[in-house]
Write a protein that binds this ligand. Structure first.
Ligand SMILES: [Zn+2]
Length: 384
């Protein structure tokens, strides 16, 4: 049996935050980070709560890649405050932390009379799609662990483009490439379906059209809205279809060398597409045909499967170049000798990553090592 899970309720558009005026709540826990408080972005929530006379507490010490100690602090705070609504306002790390804390409390709570709080996710980057996914990425030592459970899904997602207008170009590029990677990997996943394909195709079209506009002019709210919606649709696609080895390799690279998640995907994506398509060989895999279909939808040359795959590879490279992204891992400040030394550890992590089993082509350690080495060099001379 196949299934496609649709949750949460999604509020989108320029006035999406208006839903907060109608939200039934008596005590709210606002999960966020210190930058959100410092730059006043939390006020879009706290002002409404003040006006409505709703008491609230702010948990603002969530940092990038939340670790176990952070989650334990969040569990203690949430358990002591007993909120009926949890609002997570921030990037993927903030939403993932709130998910993990709500989930862990539900699993460990002795007092079973307490209800799970209503969970509202308000993303402030267009990237992870965490507001609509049943995944939470947490860090244990140097390894990123992916929790997967339908109960991690928020109840309401609010997509307010005004909240992403101030995202700087570098982060716009990184997170936007993450959106593209989610769509590409869901599209060729072993668990892809008509439903996830429809979403992924729309996402790929919107990213190529609107991401450069967002990068050039962050205040372009029409383009920001398109990318914010694309990020959410990509999340809906991959929470159902799962992902592939670009993410497996990026999780390990990010865990060991702290390369931001979206940038890590951007560095690895083209080489994985070429490998999945068997571009150096027959270029006649099911994944290759689907990549060529995307090239056709993007109105790129795609008379044959090989030409379509080549067009998509060129388009990915051009998108990276347009946003002045690093070509290879070596351009991100990672030390060459340390990269080689830690390669086997990263390959082992990537092999056991939860995204690996749904990749269309089954990798072994040699294949993943080769992909890391290609991504290290950036291979602009490869000439797709
Ligand atoms: Zn991602």
């Amino acid at each position: 049996m196949s299934e496609f899970l649709l949750k949460p309720r999604i509020c989108f558009g320029q006035d999406a935050l208006a839903i907060l005026n109608d939200l039934p709540a008596s005590h709210v826990l606002l999960v966020t980070d210190q930058a959100m408080v410092k730059f006043g972005l939390t006020e879009c929530v706290t002002q409404v709560l003040h006006q409505r006379g709703i008491t609230f507490q702010i948990w603002d010490d969530v940092k990038a890649d939340p670790d176990i100690a952070t989650l334990v602090r969040g569990m203690k705070l949430m358990d002591a405050n007993y909120p009926d609504v949890v609002i997570a306002l921030g990037g993927g790390s903030v939403i993932d932390a709130a998910k993990a804390v709500i989930f862990a409390l539900a699993q460990t709570r002795v007092d079973t009379t307490r209800q799970r709080p209503c969970f509202v996710a308000i993303p402030t980057t267009s990237g992870t799609g965490s507001e609509v996914t049943a995944f939470s990425v947490v860090k244990a030592h140097t390894e990123k662990l992916v929790l997967v459970d339908p109960s991690l899904l928020p109840d309401i997602a609010i997509l307010a483009p005004s909240l992403v207008a101030s995202v700087p170009p570098t982060i716009t590029a990184d997170t936007g490439m993450d959106v593209l990677c989610h769509a590409l990997e869901a599209y060729v996943s072993r668990h892809a379906s008509d439903f996830s394909d429809a979403l992924a195709e729309k996402v790929v079209q919107q990213v190529f059209l609107h991401l450069p506009l967002c990068w050039r002019n962050g205040d372009n709210l029409q383009a920001r809205e398109k990318m914010h919606n694309a990020s959410c649709m990509a999340g809906m696609a991959f929470t159902n279809a799962s992902l592939g080895i670009t993410h497996s390799l990026a999780h390990a690279l990010g865990g060991v060398f702290h390369v931001p998640h979206g940038r890590a995907n951007a560095l690895l994506m083209a080489d994985v597409v070429a490998w999945n398509a068997d571009y150096q060989g027959q270029c006649d895999t099911e994944a290759a045909r689907k990549y060529a279909r995307l090239a056709h939808l993007l109105e790129l040359p795609a008379d044959s499967t090989r030409q379509g795959v080549a067009s998509l590879l060129v388009a990915i490279q051009a998108l990276k170049d347009e946003m002045v992204m690093p070509a290879g891992i070596r351009d991100t400040g990672v030390d060459s000798a340390e990269f080689e030394q830690r390669l086997p550890e990263m390959v082992a992590q990537a092999l056991r990553d939860s995204c690996t089993p749904t990749n269309p082509r089954v990798p072994d350690a040699n294949a993943l090592t080769e992909l890391y080495r290609r991504a290290w060099a950036g291979n602009p001379e490869q000439g797709y």
